[in-house]
Design a protein around this ligand. Structure first.
Ligand code: ATP
Length: 367
């Protein structure tokens, strides 16, 4: 087992910077998730760690070895891909044995490793089948098994759950979390799915356009996003944004949007007082209120799934706002005028131009 160090690694294809110089220390045993929208550079980063792509500059270390210029097979890594990449003409057993036999491992050791990995993954009964005789979920388990038997220092996984249907994806996600706990091997995992990132990662790296936006534990990324991109990318529905400016009044900071003024007593002395700001609040921290000092909203659409309801509305400035009601016994109707107010959790102030987080305040709740 080993950690991975990325030291100023970058990748440029022609004129396209796929990955801007990036520093990252991945600890031994960590489950690190690279997440971001399509084209952000996450796969290129993973392929550079794997040795499938040569960095334009920088150094990659696995454990205490500089592997920057080593062939993939000498890096002691195992990859799991979205498309499983199983050999179609080989049985499950032969697929799992292949790389071990190439290494010249003796038959008894190969058998013992396959036995152990297939027991962990619950695929013992499938060892004599061909890949085409397996479901997608079973094929993905075989692909994982093939990685596990190699007992690598690092697992590299590129969207391994994308080809599974929604239910199987949730189930396999939980299995991967358990598997990591059990094996305790370093995992670098690429996904565009923020739920996978939040649920699986011990740390998350959020990327955009080749640049790292933020690195942190899932809870920290969620509660303290570094900028509006991260705030909107992590969380579903995303953080809600209201444009406006702050002023300082007798009672503290006041946020003035278009058509409303909201006192923000949670914000203290350090709060920027100026124009060009965006107030950010998560849908679950908003509530409908009878108070008039709130955000006037016209209900657009109500999605009530029983356990919760999402109220989609519009502010006087035509900005969209979503309120998540946790106990939706009574919900407003489309077209209704309501008042909305942040009542718990964190409030964020961002710079409207750069999107950078400027201030954060926690709303104090009674009890
Ligand atoms: P996706 O989720 O769509 O796979 P990604 O975040 O993994 O996206 P990359 O595949 O790393 O993104 O691509 C990053 C950028 O580099 C993209 O703009 C892509 O078009 C470009 N790119 C990737 N591989 C090559 C290549 N071989 N030649 C030229 N450009 C490339």
């Amino acid at each position: 087992m080993a950690g991975v160090s990325l030291r100023k690694i970058s990748k440029v294809f022609g004129t396209q910077t796929a990955v801007a110089p990036m520093d990252l220390e991945i600890a031994d045993g960590e489950f690190l998730v690279l997440v971001g929208p399509s084209g952000c550079g996450k796969t290129t980063t993973l392929r550079m760690i794997a040795g499938l792509e040569t960095p334009t500059a920088g150094e990659i270390r696995i454990g205490d070895r500089d592997v920057t210029h080593l062939e993939p097979k000498h890096r002691d890594i195992a990859m799991v891909f979205q498309n499983y990449a199983l050999y179609p003409h080989m049985t499950v057993y032969a697929n799992m044995a292949y790389s071990l036999r190439l290494r010249g491992m003796d038959k008894a050791e190969v058998e013992q490793r396959i036995h152990k990995a297939s027991a962990i993954l619950g695929i013992e009964a499938l060892l004599d089948r061909l890949p085409r005789q397996l479901s997608g979920g079973q094929q993905q388990r075989v692909a994982l098994g093939r990685a596990i038997v190699r007992d690598p220092q690092v697992f590299l996984m590129d969207e391994p759950l994308s080809n599974l249907d929604a239910k199987l994806r949730v189930q396999t996600r939980a299995e991967l979390i358990k598997l990591h706990k059990r094996l305790n091997t370093t995992v670098v995992y690429v996904t565009h799915d923020q739920v996978e990132a939040m649920t699986m990662g011990t740390r998350i790296v959020v990327m955009k356009d080749g640049f790292v936006q933020q690195v942190g534990e899932p809870g920290v990324i969620y509660r303290e996003p570094a900028n509006m991109f991260v705030a909107a990318f992590i969380g579903s529905p995303p953080m809600q944004f209201l444009r406006g400016r702050t002023t300082r009044e007798a009672g503290g900071v006041l946020f003035q949007g278009n058509g409303f003024a909201l006192p923000l007593p949670a914000f203290g002395e350090q709060t920027p007082i100026r124009d060009g700001l965006v107030l950010g609040v998560r849908p679950e921290n908003l509530e409908l209120t009878d108070e008039t000092v709130a955000i006037p909203t016209i209900v657009d659409v109500v999605e009530n799934i029983g356990s919760e309801a999402l109220i989609h509305g519009k502010t006087p400035d035509d900005e969209l706002i979503v309120v998540r009601m946790a106990t939706p016994e009574t919900v407003p109707a489309a077209g209704e005028r309501i008042q909305v107010k942040p009542v718990r959790g964190n409030l964020h102030l961002f710079d409207a131009d750069s999107g950078a987080a400027l201030a954060l305040a926690k709303i104090k709740t009674n009890g």
